[in-house]
Ligand binder design. Structure first.
Ligand SMILES: *Cc1c(COP(=O)(O)O)cnc(C)c1O
Length: 365
């Protein structure tokens, strides 16, 4: 049997990509806001329904630089149920993460537990739209306003997601989308940040390029996080097909629902009302099922099917944070239980419904 991974990158046809990169041989402009970069920015503004955005070499550096742009100091309330990138980007900015537990409906940050964690050092909330399921953005906005905090979203999973028709990049002060090859939309490697304040976006576009304001003025101590023209071209091409890709993913998700809902001990996430989902991942949670998460993962592997544990371990139990930082999972019991029970099943546009059935048969037997 052919190997089935948790995901498979979407690609335009070879011809489509080659046609689009031809002009790079004429212009020899391969990086630093070339024509493809500029076109991709315009295409994205339209697709994501946002005014202010910046393109990056990858999602992680996009988040790190976005946080840097706000000149924050002190404590940041955040979730441990996320990619280590979210926590790293807080710590690498010299900020202290304060972990808040998650809710059991969609596994995003529990907005009812945030306020008790706020101190006079708190400066921001960094929350993740987990698997493309959105945080309670309205409540987060309310809390942030009341306490004078910035809200920055790790929207790495949420490309194309909308709430009541409004692009997810419009909520909070900033959002980061990862365009890594394994994500629902990709540019090989790449990242996008969106901002509600044009001035912050302008600053970020300078931070991306060592802090250069013009050829002779470097205003910030920064990094190189530029996206190159080949990546922008991959984005331009993939964006033409993204709606078809998401529609195909939706059919896969529906099949999983048909086969796995109403099975005792298996929990699926319900679709959120008013939210246009992107079906970026397909997580299932084993709680009181006849087999545990690790056993199911092993049985799938025996049949050459590779499901993954997103997110496990929690970021507040990573080795790199153990000694020096002293984070503890004690304050985030729901996140701990979720990380121990979750398995993310294969999900991609070209996954056949026969293969979905085969995966479900193994889980159910
Ligand atoms: C993938 C991912 C990132 C990092 O994005 P890269 O483009 O791989 O750097 C950050 N946060 C979350 C939640 C992710 O899934």
């Amino acid at each position: 049997m052919e190997r089935i991974n948790v995901t498979k990158s979407s690609m335009p046809t070879y011809e489509e990509y080659c046609e689009e990169i031809k002009s790079l041989w004429e212009t020899r402009w391969l990086s630093n806001r070339g024509d493809k970069h500029k076109k991709f920015e315009r295409d994205l503004q339209k697709y994501l329904g946002v005014e202010n955005l910046a393109l990056f070499a990858n999602g992680h550096v996009a988040l790190e630089v976005a946080i840097d742009a706000f000149d924050l100091k002190g404590e940041v309330i955040t979730t441990p149920y996320t990619h280590c990138s979210t926590t790293h980007s807080i710590v690498r900015n010299g900020l202290t993460p304060v972990f808040c537990d998650i809710n059991e409906d969609d596994y995003t940050i529990d907005v009812n537990k945030i306020e008790e964690l706020i101190t006079d050092k708190t400066c921001a909330i960094v929350a993740t739209h987990v698997y493309g399921y959105v945080c309670d953005v309205y409540k987060l906005n309310e809390i942030a306003k009341k306490h004078g905090l910035k809200v920055i979203y790790d929207a790495a999973h949420a490309f194309g997601v909308k709430i009541n028709g409004v692009g997810i990049g419009n909520f909070g002060d900033a959002s980061m989308f990862s365009c890594h090859a394994t994500k629902v939309f990709h540019t090989i490697e790449g990242g996008i940040t969106t901002f509600n304040d044009v001035n912050v976006c302008d600053k970020v576009n300078q931070l991306i390029n060592f802090g250069f304001v013009n050829h002779e003025t470097v205003a910030y101590v920064s990094t190189n996080a530029r996206m190159n023209e080949y990546e922008a071209v991959m984005g331009i091409c993939n964006l033409r097909h993204i709606d078809d890709e998401i529609a195909k993913r939706k059919a896969v998700a529906q099949r999983y629902v048909d086969r796995l809902s109403n099975v005792k001990g298996i929990k699926l996430i319900k679709e959120q009302e008013g939210v246009t989902q992107n079906y970026s991942y397909y997580p299932v949670f084993f709680d009181g099922y006849k087999k545990n998460r690790n056993q199911i993962q092993e049985e799938l592997e025996k049949e050459n099917i590779f499901a993954r544990k997103y997110f496990y371990p929690l970021t507040n139990e990573l080795d790199c944070y153990k000694e020096k930082y002293g984070f503890s999972v004690k304050n985030t019991p729901i996140a701990k239980k979720t990380a121990d029970n979750v398995l993310t099943l294969p999900m991609y546009a070209d996954l056949s419904l026969e293969d979905v059935d085969r995966i479900c048969d193994i889980i159910l037997r």
